[in-house]
Design a binder for this molecule. Sequence first.
Ligand SMILES: Cc1cc2nc3c(=O)[nH]c(=O)nc-3n(C[C@H](O)[C@H](O)[C@H](O)COP(=O)(O)O)c2cc1C
Ligand SMILES: Nc1ncnc2c1ncn2[C@@H]1O[C@H](COP(=O)(O)OP(=O)(O)O)[C@@H](O)[C@H]1O
Length: 316
Amino acid sequence: MEIITLHHPNHRQLGFSKPSVLAMGFFDGVHLGHQAVIKKAKSIAKAKHLKLGVLTYDHHPAVVYQKMDYLSKSYITLYHTKMNILASMGVQFVYVINYTYAFQNQSPKAFVNHYLMNMNLDTVVAGFDHTYGDNQNHDADMKALPSYVHHQINVVSVDDRTANYHKISSTRIKNDLSNGNIATVNSLLGRCFTTNGLIVHGYARGRKLGFPTINVEHNQYQLLPKVGVYVVEVEINHHFYGGMASIGHNVTFGNSNPITVEINIFNFHQNVYGEKVKIYWDDRIRNQIKFDSVDSLIKQLRNDQVISMKYLQSKK
Ligand SMILES: Cc1cc2nc3c(=O)[nH]c(=O)nc-3n(C[C@H](O)[C@H](O)[C@H](O)COP(=O)(O)O)c2cc1C
Ligand SMILES: Nc1ncnc2c1ncn2[C@@H]1O[C@H](COP(=O)(O)OP(=O)(O)O)[C@@H](O)[C@H]1O
C-alpha cells in the first residue's frame, strides 16, 4: 500500500494514470461503520477494475478547533495500526493530509478543486454525515458534493451502521473502552481491539509472586481499556501466547503508584525486555482490588489464571 502524505497548500502532482475510487474519512478505529464505507468503495473499484484509495488525516481534525481533553485526543487506532488495517483490507493507496488550520479553513469548493478534482477519481465514497472543508460557513455535506464536483465524479454516500439501534461511532467505542466493555468494543470493531508497546522493566515484584509480568509501555495517545484485569493474547516476535493483563496502580503495593500495563504470559519463560509486543484484548475479568496481603493477591492471580485459560481454551 502506497502512503502519500500531503500538507496544505499542496503542490504535489496528485492522482494515478488509472482512475480511482476513493473512500474519505478519519476512520479512528476502522470500526464496522468505517469498514462498510471502505468495502463499498472496494466493491465499486473491483467491478470497474479501478484503483482503491483512502483519503484520511494525520491527527484528529478537532486538534485545529478546540483544546481537547484526554479522551478526545487519544486514539482507538494510532497511525501505524490504522495503516496496517487499511492495507489488510486491500486498500492500494492512502492520501494522509496533515490536518491544519489552513487546510480546514478552505471552503468546501476550494477543497474539492484543490484535491478531489486533481486526483483522477471515478467515484468518492463516504459516510452519510461526512463533511469536508469549512463546514461552519458553507454547505459541506454529502448532498452538496455532486454539485461541487460538477457531476464529473460519482458520489456515493453510505448509511450509518448500527448496533442495538445506535450508530456505531468512534466516540461510542471510546466510551466503551473507558468503561472496560471490551467485549462490546470488539463486536463494534468487528475484530479484537489491539495495542502495541515496548517491554520495559517494572519493580521485579512479579517473579517473587510467582507471576512474572511483562511491563508494557504504550504511546501516550493510545487509549487503553479501563483499569482492571483482562484476558489477552500477545504477539511477540511473530509468536502468539495467551495471558492475563492488569491495567492499574498496583494498589496492594501503595497508593501512589503510576498506572502500568502488566501481563503474565502463560507457559512462557523467556527474557523479552526490549521486544515489541502487540496485545489483543479479549475480555474483562474483574476490577482492580487492594488486597490486605500479598498471599491474597497470589490466590486471586491463581483464580484469574484459571478463568483466563478457560476463556482462551473455549475460543479455540
Ligand atoms: C492478572 C493480574 C492481575 C492483577 N491484579 C491486581 C490487583 O487486583 N491489585 C493489585 O494491587 N495488583 C494487581 N496485579 C499487579 C501485581 O501487583 C503486579 O503484577 C506486581 O506488582 C508485579 O509488578 P512488577 O511488574 O513491577 O514486578 C495484577 C497483576 C496481574 C498480572
Ligand atoms: N511467563 C512470563 N510472563 C511474563 N514475563 C515473563 C514470563 N517469564 C519470564 N518473563 C520475563 O520476566 C520479566 C518480568 O519479571 P518481573 O519480576 O515481573 O520483573 P519486572 O517487573 O522488573 O519486569 C519479563 O519482562 C520477561 O522478560
